[in-house]
Design a binder for this molecule. Structure first.
Ligand SMILES: Cc1cc2nc3c(=O)[nH]c(=O)nc-3n(C[C@H](O)[C@H](O)[C@H](O)COP(=O)(O)OP(=O)(O)OC[C@H]3O[C@@H](n4cnc5c(N)ncnc54)[C@H](O)[C@@H]3O)c2cc1C
Length: 304
């Protein structure tokens, strides 16, 4: 039943009509639990509040699967404005973005042009940009673009998903080259031809990827809310004496906030992924799919 609900929510995440509705009517259905607001000012205020608690941030101006060149350019402009706002406010935040937001589905060249515009500004301000990993159809091209960008920029990293069979090879190759990698389980609907269908296998592979990246020359962002994995990460870090500038834990805004505070109290480096903007629908549906119990919380909000 839970698997069915997850699959339904992930299909709904790509519904374009619902996405248009969401953009028009603003944060609804309880999305404010996971999204920091619609404006840059909202986002910067959230970053500041988290920084005051000892938490670093990565800001994501929401948007994905863009099919129009003007919209892709506008998304890149927004990313640049976000970098400028981070710099001007003097807050501790990197930037996360998606390739399909930069026009990847329109043309590789357009996406590359937008990425270079963003990375030039990020470089000027000494800020890191992380390329989120989207569905499997975009995985290889995302890594190809990353390889090309890394010839000119060292302030760019990406995400590897433990549900994909291919990922250990990717971590060994990229981590070996010193690439900054965020390790996640994976949030899209994928076929068993490319991804482990069983959660136990996804979790076991997560540990393999995390350990490989922690031992590599690349930075390891351990992005999960899974307490069992976090405990295993702490043991591994201690056993191998891994320095604090070599890794950090990462979690999503609004999820397991008490665990976030606990990690900070224990002295672990933590970064929270803070999304903002009016294109919140797909992101929100993926958060519901991760924990179908969240749907009950949405329904409660609707009937209040
Ligand atoms: C910083 C960060 C960046 C990410 N970037 C990407 C990316 O680029 N590409 C990508 O595919 N995925 C990304 N993800 C999402 C990731 O792939 C998982 O879908 C998500 O993190 C849930 O998996 P989990 O590791 O927390 O483990 P799970 O086993 O799913 O969850 C462990 C526990 O955490 C809690 N939990 C998890 N999710 C939720 C939720 N939505 N609401 C409430 N409680 C929850 C529950 O208590 C659950 O039992 C990112 C995640 C993080 C933390």
């Amino acid at each position: 039943m839970e698997q069915l609900m997850r699959s339904l929510l992930l299909s709904m995440a790509q519904n374009r009509a619902a996405n248009r509705w969401a953009k028009r009517y603003g944060l609804r259905l309880g999305a404010q639990k996971f999204v920091a607001g619609e404006t840059i000012e909202d986002a910067v205020a959230t970053v500041r509040a988290l920084n005051q608690q000892g938490i670093k941030v990565t800001l994501d101006h929401l948007g994905e699967f863009v099919n129009d060149e003007a919209e892709a350019n506008e998304s890149a402009d927004y990313c640049i404005r976000t970098l400028e706002a981070i710099h001007e406010a003097g807050v501790d935040s990197s930037l996360s973005l998606k390739m399909t937001q930069m026009g990847l589905d329109i043309s590789r060249d357009l996406c590359m042009k937008n990425m270079r515009r963003i990375l030039d500004v990020a470089k000027q301000y000494d800020l890191l940009v992380t390329i989120d990993m989207e569905d499997y159809a975009h995985c290889q091209i995302t890594l190809d673009i990353l390889d090309e960008l890394r010839q000119d920029y060292d302030n760019v990293g990406t995400v590897i998903q433990s549900y994909l069979y291919r990922s250990l090879e990717d971590v060994l190759r990229l981590g070996g080259q010193g690439v900054h990698l965020r390790i996640v389980k994976g949030a899209y609907k994928e076929s068993p031809e490319v991804a482990f269908p069983d959660k136990a296998d996804v979790d076991a592979n997560y540990l393999k990827l995390m350990e490989a990246q922690l031992l590599s020359p690349g930075f390891a962002a351990i992005a999960t809310h899974d307490e069992r994995i976090i405990a295993q990460a702490k043991d591994f870090i201690q056993k191998h004496n891994i320095a604090k500038d070599k890794y950090e834990f990462q979690m999503l805004y609004g999820i397991k906030t008490s665990l976030q505070q606990q990690l900070v109290r224990e002295g672990y480096p933590l970064r929270v992924y803070v999304p903002y903007g009016n294109d919140w629908y797909g992101y929100f549906m993926r958060r519901l799919a991760e924990r179908p119990a969240n749907v009950a919380f949405v329904l409660k909000g609707m009937f209040k």
